[in-house]
Structures are given as C-alpha cells and as structure tokens.
Design a binder for this molecule. Structure first.
Ligand code: CRA
Length: 838
C-alpha cells in the first residue's frame, strides 16, 4: 500500500499490487508476475506460464493473511490443533483459493479481459495427489473447515515426490504411471530450510547414569536423515485465517558420507544418500490395506518425529515450558499411520529433554487423540517385532515399558483374566510377534473415535471391544463430513447460483440453512430449473466423455455412477452383475421397455490387488460388448472414467442421478463420496453401511433406495455357514448372469479370464454379493421406475440437497473442537505488512 500525501494532509490510498482485489490491480499484478516470476511476455507465454502468473497473484493475496495469522497465533500462544496424517489429498489449490478469498468472479473477469480463459488455466494445475482416497481427502476437508472456522491448526505430513499414480486403461486393464506432480514446480509451497530437523534410524541403544545419578538411555543410530519442511497456506472461506500445511521432505544430512567417501567408496556414499531420500519418494498406493514394509514404517517415524520436534521448537520459542506441551497442542492421529508418535513423544521427553517417565506419560496421554477409520482386519497395522526393533530399537524399549505398566494396571482391574491381557497387549504373541499399532494408539490417547455412528458402535462391539470395556469414557463418534466450498461452490457453480438466488449465500458457511430449500421441492418452477441444471451438467460430462473415449452417452439417460477406490468390499462387481442382468433381459426380449442408463465407473485399484484389477477388466469387457451390441440400441452404456482424482471427481459428483453406495454392511467405515453425491442432488442406492445410515435418516427413507442385508444379518448368515452356490442354483436370473460371465462371452470366448471372480463368488463370496443380489436388482428396478416420473425424481433430489447440512465438515470440526480438542477460534485482523515494515 502506497500513500501519496496531498496538500490537505489526507492520504490517497492506492491499492498494492500484491494485496489489492480490484480488477485493474489483479490484471497489473498478473502481468507483473508473468514478467518477473515466469520471465515471459505474452507473445511467448505458455498456458502453464499464465497458470503460474495467476497462481502467484493469488498466493500474494494469501500471504498477507498467512503472515497475519502466524503472527497472531504466535503473539497469543494460541492452543493449536496438529492434524497428523500420512495422507493429504488436497486436489488443485487455485480454484479453491479463489472461492475462499471471494475473488472468483473478479479474477474471471480480469483474466477474460486479457483475452484468456480461467477454466483453461484452472485445468493446467497438477493436483497434489498425496493420498489414496477417503482418508486423505478427509484430512484435506478438515483443513478447509478448520481454517474457515478460524481454528488455529497445522496439518503435518509427508511431501511425497510421487503421489498416487496416474491411471491409464489399456485394453481394459489398469496401467499405472508415476505421478510427477512437481515436474513444473509448485507455486503453492514455500521451503523453510531454517526449520529442518534430524531423524534417527536403526543402530542400538546404550544406558548411562547422568550427573544426577539418573538412569538414562542414549540411542546410537545407524543413520540420520534430515527433514526439510515445505509449507502450503490453507485459506478459510471468507475469513482472514490462513493456516499451514507443513509437509516434510527427506534429505541426506551431508551430500556425501565423508568416511565412506574418503575410504574411496564413492558409490556406497551416494547410495546412502539416495536411501535417505527414498523416505519421502513415493506414497504407498494401498487404500485400507497394510503391507508391513519397513520403508513404510520409516516414512511414519520420519514425518512423526519431524512434526513433534517442530512442535517442541514452537513451544519453547513461545516461551512455554515443556510441561505445558499438551496445553499448547492437541494432536489428532489420522488412523494408526502416525501412532508411533506415542512412543516418539515419550522418547523426546525422556531421552532428549530429560523428563521422568510419569511426567512424560502425563503429557503424552493428554496430547493425543486417535481416529480409527476401518474395521477391515487387513488394514490394521502391526509390525513384526524384528523389523520394528531393527529400525527403532529405542522405540521398542519404550513400547515394552508402556506395555509392562499398562498390563499391570489391567491385571489390577481384571485379575486372572489371561485372555484379556493377551488381547489388550501392545504385543501380539500368538505366533510371530508383532507390535499392534491400534493398541498403542488406544493406550496413548485420551480420546478414540470412529467416523460414523454405525462404525463407532462396531468398534466398541468388536475391533476395540476390550479397550471400550477398559476406557468407555475415551470413546466417541465423529461422523465424517466434506467441505461444501470445494464440493458444491467450486464444483457446481450452477447449483450454487440457483440455491443462492433463493435463500442467499449464508448456507456456504452454515450448511444447515439448505433446509430453506425444502418448500421449493414442491415448486414446479424451481423443480424445472433444478432439472435443467442437472441436464446441462450431464451434457458437459457427456461432451467430456466423448472427447476422451469417443463413446456417445445420452444426457437424458439415468447417470448411474460408482466412483471410489476399487475394492471387493465396495462391490463394483455387484454393480456389474446388475448391468449384465439388464443386458440379458434385452437379449431375451430386444423390445423390452427399459429405462435408459449410463453406467459410469471411476477409481483406482492398488497396483498389487489382483482381484480389484480384474474387476476393472470385467467392467470394461462388459462395456465393450454392451456399448456395441445393436440389440441394446444405446439404451445401456458402460464407461470407465480413466484416472479418477480430485479434479475429475469435481466434474463427476454434480452430474450424477444415482450414487452407488453398495458396500457389504459393516465394511465401509463411513464413506464420504456418498455425501458429495447427495449434496449435488444425486439419489443414493445403498446398504445400511457407514454414513449411509445417517444420510438416509437425514434425507428421509422415502428419498433413499435401500437394499441388502444389515450388519447383524451379515454376521448371522456367516455364523450359520454361508453357501453362495445355493443362491446361484435357486435364482435363475442370477444363474444366467454368472453363466454369461463364466462363458467368456465378454472376452472373446476366453473362459479362464474371469474365472477367479466367478469361482470366488460361487465358492466363497466373502462380501455376500449373491446373498444381496436379488434385493439389489429389485431396488434397481424401483430406481428405473422412479426415474420415469421426472417431477417426483426431481422433488426427491431437491430434498436430498436440502437435508444434507449435517454432512458439512464444518459440523464435524465443530464437534471435534467441542468434545475432543477443547480449542477456541481466534479471529485474525488484516495488516498492511509492506507499509509497516517500511
Ligand atoms: N479407505 C474408510 O474405508 C472412510 C475414510 C475416511 C477409510 C472410509 O469408509 O470414509 O477412511 N479408511 O474416514 C481407511 O483409510 C485406513 O482406513 C478409507 O478411506
């Protein structure tokens, strides 16, 4: 901000190029950044240059808020939430920041006045895909809501050089391509080398007696790795708060190991450096599966240790004593991935800051809260003792000591209950010995939560039952939520405008206000507008599909979408059985009156998950036949949406008529895609699983297509001995579907290709597809019927939107703040930094 004195001593304020928001200023700033940051003039600038020039223009405006936020938090020594997560699936930043700063329209106009197109520039951004699916995207939504609610918060994670792989479909199969998201640089991050820290790995421990005669332990590591923080500003919606996402990148401490170098082992020295830098090289591409690899444990200790050391640095710099660590910080563990933090904080306090055990344990157990995200046994992390001890010898000692004291307490409460002790122990000793990370998280945390009401109940009843009996007061539910800024305002501007014209725009910050739309569900004019918008969005997606796949889809057909990670428990293959059912009906009677449908699938399979990859091939093979068969007469289309990521998801949710949420009851902890679809006016076909239960409660049973066994029925059926073959033999339509797939009809007569799927369904069927088949088909028939009454369908869709307020991540975060974190919001005022400094 420049001030020009005038004769009357008044200041004429001229907008600063880095903070001003008028269209003229934005244009000038954009060109300035194009020249001085990109080093280009318009005649030779690429789209990417323009994208960067705009990103820097927006970043400048964020920085003003970011600095004000950091300064205020530091002055007030504000209590801060630290969200520790191995994944942050942020999606593109530019559009979101435009929305949050409230300058989307101005920037669009400025860009257009310069002869450019904002949509095209937004399209340029390589998204940071540093997550697999729901868990990582939840972390990103929570950062958005914490900033919007003005909650002092930091996200801590790993700056993976390669995020989740890009998916190509070749001959119907998934092919993985490395995600080089940093290839063209990243305008949203700032490196902070001055705050680097060291992390130790391997080696052994030694005990010694300190000057006070205290027994102490010293860890002599085999290797030391440096963590370098990279900070990204996280804006809140129409507030000045701008929080920080701090991601750690691994570096070797010196460019060479000098001993090895001097000994002439040049290659060995460089290899050591490369091994260190491997720690932040790549995201493990598994969703809901733990592989037990040492490099993964090394990633976890790496970012956890960096983050805890960073917190201690901040605490001491603010002049607070270590004893108040848990008053300054409340640390949320996003699943067990960061749960080594319990042992690491103990180690830091004991070995590096010389606290005694009781003090250290008091601080630790008052600092952590743990969110569990899964009931799947294959996702529960446990580390073979040998692997754990090799990498983290000191942590193993600490875990043993925590366990010894813990089991002593349990013994007092439950004398002679050996089985209970075995189940609660931090060490699994049933065969090969393992460290159980969920048990460590439960013992070390003051709060434990599941991510939907049903999930929390199942945790208490099954997976964490013994811990629930021991510490009932620690358990609480926090149903997931999603941010309406990204998943409505940014992704669905047409619906946003329609809503805002009728009820104003305060729903964006207070999603419960969508209730005001309820009466409009009965207003034919509103219904027509709503329908026209949905149709226009479907047309856009159809155009996109045509350009990418050359497949024509009809925007008048029912858009039936299942987009999420590919998993047997999510049952994409049940959806496939429905498609084949409809296809068989057409083949048996080509003139049958059928509601035209477009089946859209999106999602990635873990590269090592054979069945998931075969399911992708199955869907594509069915599509190849169905899409071409003249008997079908374009009434059914099946399309795989290649490389489903956040950017693509934002196009997909608004275009759906029907959202497929069809997991086996009791398997999906919550789901969050289910929320994003319903908020955008899709109706759900779903089981009573995860957050579906609560969505149905909110939108009303009459506006939700329910099918399938309940969790109890699933348990009972399995307990009674489940025989899928009985369903196959007793249900002729099901039999014809399975037989058609088994015959090789969809893959040029190759009977072997899908045999693993067919055999799995007939002989094992762990996810009860055959048991749920008829219920699913009947429900889909009702969907088809309902879609024909477009007035009533639209009415139901509007009611879904109107009643989704509960599923804003703002609600989730408010609940965490109140019940778990006990943290207050801090309002941030704006300052003119440059002028003040001068
Ligand atoms: N895979 C659950 O499966 C849930 C998200 C976020 C998951 C989803 O149902 O919505 O977490 N679990 O809570 C998980 O990652 C390790 O467990 C997921 O994304």
């Amino acid at each position: 901000m420049q001030t020009i004195p005038n004769p009357r001593q008044e200041a004429i304020r001229v907008e600063d190029d880095r903070t001003g928001l008028s269209i003229e200023t934005l244009k000038r700033a954009f060109l300035d950044n194009l020249f001085y940051i990109q080093g280009k003039f318009p005649a030779i600038a690429t789209k990417n240059d323009y994208y960067n020039a705009l990103a820097y223009t927006v970043r400048d405006r964020l920085f003003q808020r970011w600095l004000a936020t950091a300064e205020t938090y530091s002055q007030q020594a504000a209590r801060t939430v630290c969200y520790l997560s191995a994944e942050f699936l942020m999606g593109p930043h530019l559009g979101n920041n435009l929305i949050n700063l409230g300058i989307y329209d101005q920037v669009k106009q400025a860009i257009e006045e310069m002869g450019l197109n904002l949509e095209e520039l937004l399209e340029q951004e390589e998204e940071p895909g540093l997550g697999n699916g729901g868990l990582g995207r939840l972390a990103a939504c929570y950062l958005d809501s914490m900033a919007t609610l003005e909650v002092p918060a930091m996200g801590y994670g790993i700056r993976y050089e390669f995020g989740i792989f890009d998916q190509r479909i070749q001959d119907g199969w998934q092919v993985e391509i490395t995600d080089k998201w940093l290839r063209y640089g990243n305008p949203w991050e700032v490196i902070r080398p001055e705050w680097e820290v060291e992390v130790k790995l391997g080696g052994h421990t030694e005990s010694y007696t300190d000057e006070q005669g205290q027994y102490r332990v010293r860890w002599v590591p085999f290797q030391v790795v440096k963590g370098i923080p990279y900070d990204t500003p996280i804006s809140g919606y129409k507030v000045n708060t701008c929080n920080t996402l701090r991601l750690w990148s691994a570096q070797a401490p010196e460019s060479f190991d000098f001993d090895a170098f001097n000994a002439g082992d040049y290659i060995g020295a460089v290899q050591q450096k490369m091994m260190s830098e491997n720690l932040s090289k790549v995201l493990y591409p598994n969703d809901n599966i733990s592989q037990g690899k040492q490099l993964r444990l090394a990633q976890q200790i790496f970012f956890v240790s960096c983050s805890l050391q960073d917190m201690i640095r901040i605490l001491l710099r603010q002049g607070l004593p270590l004893e108040r660590f848990h008053e300054k910080f409340t640390i949320q563990l996003n699943d067990t991935h960061p749960s080594i933090a319990v042992a690491e904080l103990m180690r830091l306090l004991l070995d590096e800051h010389y606290l005694d055990w009781e003090q250290a344990w008091h601080i630790t157990t008052h600092a952590f809260a743990y969110t569990n995200h899964t009931l799947l046994p294959e996702a529960l992390e446990r580390w073979p003792l040998r692997l754990f001890g090799e990498l983290l010898p000191r942590h193993l000692e600490i875990v043993f000591e925590i366990n010894r004291r813990f089991l002593n307490d349990v013994r007092l409460k439950y004398p002679d209950d050996v089985d209970r002790l075995r189940r609660l122990s931090l060490i699994d000793e049933s065969g090969e010995r393992y460290v159980r990370m969920a048990n460590l998280a439960c013992v070390g945390s003051f709060a434990i939560n599941g991510v939907a009401a049903l999930h929390t109940e199942l945790l208490k009843r099954d997976v964490l039952r013994d811990f629930y009996e021991l510490y009932p007061e620690k358990f609480n539910n926090k149903t997931n939520g999603v941010t309406p800024r990204r998943f409505m305002v940014l992704s669905n501007p047409r619906l946003t405008q329609l809503i805002t014209r009728r009820i104003g725009d305060s729903w964006i910050k207070n999603l419960d206000e969508l209730h005001k739309l309820e009466p409009l569900a009965d207003d034919p004019a509103f219904r027509q507008e709503f329908r026209q918008i949905k149709h226009a969005i479907k047309q856009d997606l159809a155009g996109y599909i045509k350009s990418k796949t050359n497949i024509e889809v009809d925007p008048n057909s029912l858009f039936d979408i299942q987009s999420k990670r590919i998993h047997e428990y999510k049952r994409q293959h049940l959806n496939a059985l429905h498609i084949v059912t409809l296809y068989n009906r057409i083949k048996a009677n080509p003139d049958i009156d059928i509601t035209p449908r477009t089946f859209l699938f999106g999602g990635k399979a873990a590269p090592g998950y054979y069945m998931a990859k075969l399911i992708i091939k199955l869907v594509n093979s069915i599509g190849d036949v169905v899409n071409r068969d003249p008997d079908v007469r374009d009434r059914l289309k099946v399309v795989w949406l290649e490389d489903y990521n956040v950017k693509f998801a934002q196009r997909v949710y608004p275009a759906a008529d029907l959202s497929e949420q069809i997991s086996t009851a009791g398997k999906e902890a919550s789901g969050t895609g289910n929320m994003k679809f319903a908020m955008n006016g899709a109706l759900t076909i779903g089981t009573l699983d995860g957050a579906n239960v609560e969505i149905r409660q909110e939108v009303g049973a009459e506006n939700f297509f329910l099918f399938g066994l309940t969790t109890e029925e699933v348990y009972a059926k399995k307990a009674a001995g489940y025989h899928p073959m009985e369903y196959y033999h007793s249900n002729p339509e099901l039999k014809r579907v399975i037989d058609r797939i088994a015959s090789g009809f969809f893959c040029g007569g190759d009977c072997d290709l899908f045999k693993p799927i067919v055999d799995n369904l007939l002989y094992d069927d762990p996810y009860l597809l055959l048991a749920d088949y008829q219920s699913y088909i009947d429900c889909q028939d009702q969907v088809s019927q309902a879609y024909r009454d477009s007035e009533n369908w639209t009415r139901m869709a509007i009611l879904n939107v109107a009643r989704m307020g509960k599923f804003s991540s703002d609600r989730s975060i408010r609940d965490y703040c109140q019940d778990v974190w006990h943290v207050e919001s801090v309002e941030i005022g704006l300052k003119e930094y440059v002028q003040e400094a001068i």
